[in-house]
Design a protein around this ligand. Sequence first.
Ligand code: NDP
Ligand code: 8X3
Length: 252
Amino acid sequence: MNKIALVTGATSGIGKATAIMLAKNNYHLIITGRRKDRLDELALTLQNQFNVQTLSLNFDVRNREEVQNIIAQLPENWKNIDILVNNAGLASGLNLIHEADVDDWEKMIDTNIKGLLYISRQIMPLMVNRSKGHIINISSIAGKETYLKGNVYCATKHSVEALTKAMRIDMLPFGIKVTSISPGMVETEFSEVRFHGDKQKAADVYKGLTPLFAQDIADAIEFAITRPSHVNINDILIMPTAQANSSNTHRV
Ligand code: NDP
Ligand code: 8X3
């Protein structure tokens, strides 16, 4: 019987590549995101190309009530979730902390911390009931370092790191694995979202270097989920060769 994985933020970038990787590994997929047209398109691709079943859940992870209702109403045959990939997230703005837009802060805190918590709070009891499961939290190099103007985004990803460690302790008696995947620069829609749709500014982020691609992160997740049951990958920090840390890149 196929296992089941739930990927938040599967409409783009890392989440989409991860959903495809999981389908290749014969997982039935619950895919989530706010853009319904993209969810529907991905669901069709997964069904047709990989012959797996899909369930598209169209909601905003910041909406606590919606998250609770939608997960509570999962059909019985979708409740045995083996893998949860907490991927939905964003950076909004890149500003000095005394000049930043507080609305950007709210968006990042509500999505990257509270959204991840709302989802996990609903899914973890299902895993605990079965003493089975693997939670993958998408953190960042920004969860390990801070950089100029990264302030609140970095704080949200430092929170993801803390929550990952806390989950690992609390889930220990139930045999549930908890992994954090921490990428450096990945070329997705991330920078376009960070710069509020400014495509030129977004393109400049990756100018003169080869960044990571979403598939590189899906590959790291594939490694983590295919270890034997006695092995947990705590953390994978994965960077472009042209990026030494959050502030030093080599561009040609
Ligand atoms: P993308 O912008 O390409 O994808 C982000 C995904 O998150 C989309 O599917 C989006 O779906 C979803 N999402 C965002 N906000 C919400 C929300 N409120 N409710 C539901 N879904 C939401 O970026 P990436 O693929 O790069 O980002 C994925 C994760 O990786 C994020 O957590 C990011 O912080 C992290 N990361 C990214 C790095 C990078 O350089 N790209 C590096 C390190 C970490 P939709 O808009 O349809 O709702
Ligand atoms: C995204 C990578 O370097 O912009 O998490 O923080 S970075």
